[in-house]
Design a protein around this ligand. Sequence first.
Ligand SMILES: NC(=O)c1ccc[n+]([C@@H]2O[C@H](COP(=O)([O-])OP(=O)(O)OC[C@H]3O[C@@H](n4cnc5c(N)ncnc54)[C@H](O)[C@@H]3O)[C@@H](O)[C@H]2O)c1
Length: 429
Amino acid sequence: MRSSFHSLRAGMVGLGMIFDETYRPFFEQAHAEGIFSNKFGICRVSLAAVASRTGSRAEAYRKAAGDKIAKFASFKEPDSIGQLLKSGVDFVCVATPDDRHFYAAKAAILAGKHVLIEKPSVLTLQELDELAALAIKHNVLAKVVYHKLLDPDHKKLHTLVADGELQHVNTGYCTLLEPKSIATGQFAEWIAGRNPGTYVAVHYIKLIDFTFGGRLVSVACTGQRGIVGSPAGDTWDSTQLRLIYEYADQRQAAFDIHTSWVTPDNFPGYVDQEVQFRFDNGVWNCHSRKRGVECTVEGRTPLTRKINMNNHYNGTFLEPWGERSQRGYGVEVLERFVREVATVQFGGPESERPERLAAARRLSYNDLSADRQTVAAVQAMEAILARHAAGTANCLVEIDHPKGGLVLLPPGKAEAEVLYVGRVNERVE
Ligand SMILES: NC(=O)c1ccc[n+]([C@@H]2O[C@H](COP(=O)([O-])OP(=O)(O)OC[C@H]3O[C@@H](n4cnc5c(N)ncnc54)[C@H](O)[C@@H]3O)[C@@H](O)[C@H]2O)c1
């Protein structure tokens, strides 16, 4: 017999920029309305506990939110995650800096909690293997957020490809340029030794991998230094990544992804995002600023308000019926995950939970098991940039090479380095 409503208690690890942009509006909406489906009925969703480094953002949020959110517990370092897990949550969202995802996600899965991790899920295939195996062992979902897959323009691209209207991708280029304030302010605490490719090229790596399928063959990367860190150091201003894919008919495609986090802060949009994909029978061009609005306000644009705004991601609106809202694909992707958790937990008899869990795991847009090639590309890119910083530029990483799954090949006759031994791709051959 179904109770009149179900409930899910969320734990949030990391309360930074992405929490504020997408998780906060999701939890506030869920607090007000819950979620509903014919599969599981009414499900109340509460933000029950948060974990962060110092706890100061949690206190600021508690004050600002007022009655938009229920009471929540706040835990800070040391062992903020351990304390959060003991406080009794049903699922955990991990939005810490990306080199701290693995530790938090592993602790949550070991405690038997469903997990949602911000992109990139983890930085190595070794970590991915461990989390995926633990999720199976502990019967929980382990998923990753790539909200650009839910951008209506990218959904349309996916639809045209899936329906065979756009046939066989040949080449692509993508660019995502972030403002300098990200590198020099927002992320100053953890930016040393990092690069903008892992942070944002990963959106397009996933878009390409998810939309076109195929087998990742090789990864090349170069980059520039000297603004965020020293010209010879290991902190990168911008990166240019090249991925080669091969499809079942043995034809190949090349994709170039350019990213930076040093765009001047007076740029007309918050970020610059553009893609072009060329097919046997067509071309897809998409520019996120040029698809939309251009608005000038004396004394405000382009600093306190941007000239080009992305009203699709997490825009704030006065709805025609008078309510204020914050909505868009960045929020929708979180609600989708919570619906998947609610369906697994409450979407039928307990005896059929394993089938529901298996069905949720087959969703390749967000399951960790489907993130192999994306993580492989990130691991390869990071290894190539590390070698570059250490004095050897222009290394290439080959995937599923005779020597191993990820093999770094320096130029000339230097010895190959095996970054990952097992096979990366189980889809083809
Ligand atoms: N999907 C997107 O477009 C998007 C955009 C921005 C960020 N992100 C991702 O979200 C993640 C966080 O980014 P952000 O911009 O919110 O970062 P941020 O630096 O603004 O915030 C990081 C948060 O993590 C907390 N934290 C750091 N170390 C911790 C630890 N050991 N234990 C507990 N909490 C800890 C900090 O206290 C802070 O609250 C990154 O993985 C990033 O790639 C995604």
